[in-house]
Ligand binder design. Sequence first.
Ligand SMILES: [Fe+2]
Ligand SMILES: [Fe+2]
Length: 140
Amino acid sequence: MSGNALWQYRWSDDFALGDPIVDAQHRAFFEEAAALRSALASEEPKDEIVAYCTAFIANLRAHFADEEQLMARIGFPALAVHRQEHERLLARTEEVVAGIHAADCLIDCLLGTHALMEALVEHVANQDMRLKSFMPRQCA
Ligand SMILES: [Fe+2]
Ligand SMILES: [Fe+2]
């Protein structure tokens, strides 16, 4: 593994699509992903981590729905494929969170969580950025 490459991903204004709701959700996502990872790594009490996970899934679900609405509004041609990718990521997130709920030792969940966050960050950085060229032009 190449160290902490994932945690060098941070919100950058290059990720801005120009939609205030989706941009705010993406910005919050980077913070939540880092917070969840450091909570696991520092072995915070399980109740707190489970609460993080519950909020994380709820936010992710709301974000995907809002982003799909945005895609429909701008006529993004690959909406169906992108929605499938959201469903796949949500299923994977639920699996990892179920693992955290069931774990005796949370440090065991760190690798799976790390891989999931990496997949989610890559989704934002690669797939979500495809919306950019379909966004209506903004006044300079
Ligand atoms: Fe997104
Ligand atoms: Fe997306």
